[in-house]
Design a protein around this ligand. Structure first.
Ligand code: GLC
Length: 746
């Protein structure tokens, strides 16, 4: 019989057997809600809302080291589960949670880099219920008419989270596992990467070319080749004077993000290896020796991030980067990805000798060389010296590394916001890092599937996500890069990255026509900064994703469950990317409310499908009627200018919106040094009434002058007032314009 604990009015913790985690990722959390209950009947769990049973346990068993429990929730659809290939609705599928690097993202690939054992059951006219399996061990999900959760453990700890709305479940889940901090503002800008810009002059050339070509950009990434023979925390000969290099980059307005992989090269003449060895910092193999795995640098040892002294050593090791002008850290290969091990190689040779495997057959080679399960090979220890098998630590390995990386920022950049980008992670990874979806390919199919992958992450608490724009593996072409950039401009994280040996895909790589399209959308991204930053703030506050599926608008409408190729970006923008080559139009489903084309102001009605034109330089984008879009002037990079103009576009005859701002780089916002404004617009007596109110005013502010544009304003508008006082207005075409200074109205 499960043990039931009420955490608060919305959250129950159900414990079967005796599960054990090396760390607990949950946080204390209060919530008052009355009608929701979890009870046992005949020793089985029942989830009850307002007297109605929603979910019933039908079976539980322990077999061969795996605990399984099955539930029935009639007509359930399943959303979430973090980073998974495939569509948003996971009904009918099976998944495994085991952080894994497999660079070929085929439609049925599972598992992927990140494990978030959390999903939301959704069914029309029923409250959405979140299920979080708080196990760092490997877990398995079968989601059909009934669903089974299995955990490689002596039991399972399952949190049941009441909605009723999907967004409530997401928000409550992030209360439980943590929300994103405000990222540095520059990390919302466009970012340029390649494996690799391998000399400082090449990186500088790219930076300069972005400026001369007038493509706004904030960040250049340094992939593995900046290091000395792939030794982490070193600079190679091609980056002899990193300080000077970073200063030159700063002069151009660029930040630098460097890759850091967990594998430490075994090399007696290498400081990090020596200090790690002195600390006995590395995970062990079954015989108690330092475990050896092969990654880029060759034979490596791997830090045991489970130990706090190892994490501290790792944090300190960032000195060589963070004190040499590096602004952000990119954690890769942290599943951990290990291409092969001595033990594995020995096994392979043995099998080859016996003639049981044949490496002429590619499939067999792949099976052996893609890192599989090291569950039996690696041993971790916690602070008390307790041994933990790898399978209980693997899924939090990157999470622990990210914790250590965040501490590194506290050490070397006090009061500066960290920027950490990670490939692997666990539930709650958003507390420490942004996530990109790893090694996709330059395929149209991947452009399309990145939408549900990112939305799935968002529904699982990870709001700051993005993809390698243009695709990582394979060769992009101009059309693909243009379309992917158009879409990427509306993803929370916006970076162009590609693999060594593939066609170059910097914005200029495919000629002027393509570069012009890219410039247009990178510029739009910057123009929308005030709107996007505010969406980040609400995500930081409430855990609501920035990129959302349409089902967030109406979970009773089953038609929306299967829309995977349109998404909401913040509260008011709907994006419908072009996902196929040679296409200059697509059909768009317009959801609840009316939506207005950002391009030409045309109005579209809810629950209709429209054929929308989209020549190569246009992505269909719509704004929700009765909302506002906040924009600013063009820039080369964020906060290039101290003061910024603000443009507020009013879509509809009444609207309300929020605008958030802070200094964009320090932690001062945590002590109230930020501004949150509420703008409202209404109509009265043939006039517009504008209200501007400061909900919080703790920061000097960048926005001074404000231009409000009432799109499609009726001609008979006679008067405009702002906070009760009359203000001048004039028509420009069918746009009514008013201008004012923020200081004059509040
Ligand atoms: C991995 C990363 C990729 C990176 C490469 C080299 O494949 O996912 O982004 O470029 O390693 O470091």
């Amino acid at each position: 019989m499960p043990k039931i604990e009420k955490i608060n009015g919305s959250v129950f913790k159900i414990t079967y057997g005796h599960p054990a985690n090396p760390i607990d990722v949950t946080l204390p959390y209060e919530d008052a809600h009355a009608d929701f209950k979890c009870e046992t009947r005949n020793d089985r769990l029942n989830v009850i809302d307002a007297g109605k049973t929603l979910i019933t346990e039908t079976d539980s068993k322990f077999d061969d080291g795996i605990f399984s429990v099955t539930f029935l929730y009639e007509d359930a659809h399943f959303f979430g589960l973090g980073e998974k290939m495939g569509y948003l609705d996971k009904r009918g599928k099976r998944f495994k949670m085991q952080n894994m690097d497999n660079p070929l993202h085929t439609p049925d690939l599972d598992p992927m880099y990140i494990s978030i054992p959390f999903f939301i059951t959704v069914s029309p006219k029923k409250p959405a219920i979140g299920i979080f399996v708080n196990s760092t061990s490997y877990s398995f999900f079968r989601l059909e008419t009934d669903f089974t959760i299995s955990v490689k453990d002596d039991g399972a700890e399952i949190y049941v989270i009441y909605g009723p709305k999907i967004q409530d479940v997401v928000s409550k889940f992030t209360q439980l596992v943590g929300k994103m901090e405000m990222p540095p503002a520059w990390s919302l800008g466009y970012q340029q990467s390649r494996w690799s810009y391998s000399t400082s002059s090449e990186a500088l050339e790219i930076a300069k070319k972005l400026r001369t070509d007038d493509i706004p950009c904030d960040v250049i990434y340094l992939d593995i080749d900046y290091m000395d023979g792939y030794r982490v925390f070193t600079w190679g000969n091609n980056f002899k004077d990193p300080k000077r290099f970073s200063e030159e980059m700063k002069k151009l307005g660029f930040k630098i993000v460097t890759i850091v992989d967990p594998g430490v090269k075994i090399d007696e003449n290498y400081e990090i290896y020596k200090s790690g060895k002195a600390l006995d910092a590395f995970v062990k193999d079954q015989s108690g020796k330092d475990f050896v795995g092969y990654v880029w640098p060759g034979r490596c040892n791997f830090p045991d991030f489970l130990r706090s002294d190892v994490r501290e050593w790792w944090s300190k090791s960032h000195k060589s980067l963070l004190e040499n002008g590096v602004d952000g850290i990119w954690n890769d290969m942290n599943e951990p990805a290990i291409v092969w091990t001595d033990l594995k190689t020995a096994k392979i040779f043995e099998l080859m000798k016996k003639g049981e495997i044949d490496f002429q057959i590619l499939g067999q080679a792949k099976e052996f060389f893609v890192q599989e399960d090291f569950g039996d090979e690696i041993i971790h220890r916690d602070d008390e010296g307790h041994a933990w098998p790898h399978y209980k630590v693997r899924n939090i390995y990157a999470y622990l590394e990210a914790m250590a990386t965040q501490k590194a920022f506290e050490m070397y950049k006090p009061n500066k916001r960290p920027f950490i980008l990670t490939r692997a992670g666990f539930a709650g990874i958003q507390r420490y890092a942004a996530v990109w979806t790893g090694d996709n390919s330059s395929w149209w199919e991947h452009l399309e599937i990145e939408m549900p992958i990112s939305m799935g992450l968002g529904m699982s608490g990870v709001a700051f996500t993005g993809t390698d724009v243009g695709g990582f593996g394979g060769n992009a072409d101009g059309e693909l890069l243009a379309r992917w950039t158009e879409m990427g401009a509306f993803f929370p994280f916006f970076r162009n990255h590609s693999a060594i040996g593939t066609a170059r895909q910097e914005p200029w790589s495919f000629g002027k026509k393509i570069e012009d399209v890219i410039r247009k959308y990178v510029k739009l991204r910057y123009e929308l900064f005030p709107y996007i930053y505010t969406a980040f703030y609400f995500s930081h506050e409430h855990g609501i994703p920035i990129m959302r599926p349409l089902i967030f608008l109406d979970q009773d409408n089953e038609d929306l469950y299967s829309i995977n190729d349109e998404f909401l970006f913040g509260d008011s923008i709907l994006v419908a990317p072009i996902t196929k080559p040679n296409s200059t139009w697509r059909t768009v489903y317009i959801p609840n409310g009316r939506w207005i084309s950002m391009k030409d102001g045309k109005l579209y009605e809810a629950d209709h499908v429209y054929k929308i034109d989209a020549p190569l330089d246009e992505i269909p984008v719509f704004v929700r009627e009765n909302s506002m879009i906040f924009r600013t002037d063009p820039m080369n990079y964020l906060f290039e200018k101290g003061k910024m103009n603000l443009y507020v576009d009013i879509y509809g005859q009444k609207a309300a919106g929020y605008l958030y701002e802070d200094d964009g780089e320090t932690l001062d916002y945590k002590s109230g040094k930020y501004n949150l404004y509420e703008f409202t617009v209404g109509q009265r007596d043939h006039g517009y009434t504008i209200g501007v109110k400061a909900i919080n005013r703790g920061y000097a502010g960048r926005y001074e002058k404000i231009w409000m544009n009432f799109l499609n304003a009726p001609r008979e508008i006679a008067e405009v007032t702002i906070n009760g006082k009359k203000i001048e207005s004039h028509f420009d075409g069918n746009v009514l314009k008013v201008e004012f200074e923020l200081k004059d109205v509040i």
